[in-house]
Ligand binder design. Structure first.
Ligand SMILES: Cc1cc2nc3c(=O)[nH]c(=O)nc-3n(C[C@H](O)[C@H](O)[C@H](O)COP(=O)(O)O)c2cc1C
Ligand SMILES: C=C(O[C@@H]1CC(C(=O)O)=C[C@@H](OP(=O)(O)O)[C@H]1O)C(=O)O
Length: 380
């Protein structure tokens, strides 16, 4: 079983991660991990923080000579912004005028302050923050390195920002080009319109959300199971994506349009010609909680960023008086970054499932079991 934990406050010293259950003899490509971290930091609409951070992975344990050795992996990413926050972080909650008491609607401030009995909302926002997604991407990059051994690739692109949407079908070759766009869209004209919209939104002190698609190809048949609720692959993927800050809905395959159509037009018919194939993939590669060999296709929907330069109405939790919410430096839109975190999440869950299905303590043993299973499939 593969698992990980991460720790770290947004403006603390840094982010820590521990991965346990990795196979031995996996090549840890630091350049690849750092490039993934860079991909997450990009995206038009992000705030000043991304100019400060230069996310870079430091591997403290679990690797010798670039290969895993079967021990837990320990990871570290420094927060460059810490030097600007050191005093505040050390005195947290002690300097009266710096205590945050006016919760931002849409963030964790209000419910978190009550739940954890904190007078200073900074103690909530530091960990509720999406800063920790940098570590999720580092961990996801390691999952991608496992997937590469099995020729599995993960892609994503932005399908919409605000009311500007791309509802066209795109080939994987087109989707692979999303990194060339500052907003990770596949259409230049759409990119220009979105940039204009983000600029106007920023001027108004407002924020935007949007949607993205994540796709994984070369998925073996049989990951996940229908046998119990918590073994279902679609359930695990939805939970993974929903756990990302700001993501409020997840669609698997063409779920939304399918709910409006007849079964005869929705279900992906099966054909055989020297191997099974389908002409459609409305199910998004999953039937009864099991991967069916088609590409896994997910869509995530992100709400607008809750921190507004022109804040919403709130209550000062100290005096109970009406006030505008606390102002905090923020992104105007972070959907492109969220799409990269979603790639990492999908990669992590698929890598975990590969380890469940093919077992093995080393990459060699996993591949041996995988090859045997692939040969078996050819005979069915
Ligand atoms: C990459 C990324 C960057 C984000 N940046 C901000 C931000 O600058 N300001 C903010 O208020 N929320 C930001 N968010 C969203 C909040 O973290 C999120 O809305 C909040 O934690 C409440 O959680 P929920 O939206 O899942 O309910 C960001 C989310 C992501 C994925
Ligand atoms: C630090 C990151 O995102 C942060 C997520 C975030 C939030 O509230 O979620 C608030 C902002 O923090 P700050 O106020 O320090 O600018 C974002 O910059 C990151 O993505 O690495």
């Amino acid at each position: 079983m593969l698992r990980y934990l991460n720790a770290g406050e947004s403006h603390g010293k840094g982010l820590m991660g521990i991965i346990e259950g990795l196979p031995s003899n996996l090549y840890i490509d630091i350049k690849f991990i750092n490039n993934e971290l860079k991909r997450r930091q990009r995206g038009y609409g992000r705030g000043k923080r991304m100019d400060i951070e230069k996310d870079n992975i430091d591997i403290l344990a679990g690797v010798r000579g670039s290969y895993t050795i079967g021990s837990p992996l320990s990871l570290y990413i420094e927060n460059k912004d810490y030097e600007n926050w050191e005093e505040k972080m050390k005195s947290i909650g002690k300097i009266d005028e710096e205590i945050i008491t006016k919760p931002r609607p849409g963030h964790g401030d209000f419910a978190g302050a009550i739940k954890y009995r904190q007078n200073d909302i900074r103690n909530i926002l530091e960990r509720a923050s999406a800063r920790e997604t940098a570590m999720r991407v580092a961990v996801g990059a390691i999952a991608k390195l496992i997937l590469k051994e099995f020729n599995i690739e993960v892609y994503s692109y932005v399908t919409g920002i605000g009311d500007i949407e791309d509802s066209k079908e795109h080939s994987l070759e087109e989707i692979a080009e999303a990194d060339n766009s500052s907003i990770r869209v596949l259409d230049k004209e759409m990119e220009d319109r979105i940039i204009k919209k983000i600029d106007e939104c920023k001027l108004k002190g407002d924020t935007l959300g949007g949607s993205f698609k994540v796709v994984a190809k070369n998925i073996p048949i049989g990951l996940g199971s229908y046998s119990h609720w918590d073994r279902k692959l679609d359930g695990k993927l939805a939970q993974g994506l929903m756990s990302l800050q700001g993501i409020k809905a997840v669609e698997i395959g063409e779920a939304i349009i399918s709910a409006k159509n007849f079964g005869s037009t929705v279900h992906d018919q099966l054909y055989y010609d020297d191997g099974y194939y389908r002409e459609t993939n409305n199910a998004g590669g999953i039937e009864a909680g099991i991967s069916n060999g088609e590409n896994i296709e997910l869509k995530g929907y992100m709400k607008p960023i809750p921190s507004l330069r022109i804040p919403l109405k709130s209550i000062d939790m100290k005096t109970k008086e009406e006030f505008l919410a606390h102002k905090e430096r923020a992104d105007v839109c972070a959907v492109p970054s969220a799409s990269i975190v979603a790639e990492s999440t999908l990669a992590w869950i698929i890598a975990s499932e590969i380890i469940i299905k093919f077992g093995g303590d080393s990459i060699e043993e996993m591949k041996f079991n995988y090859d045997k299973y692939s040969n078996y499939i050819k005979t069915r």
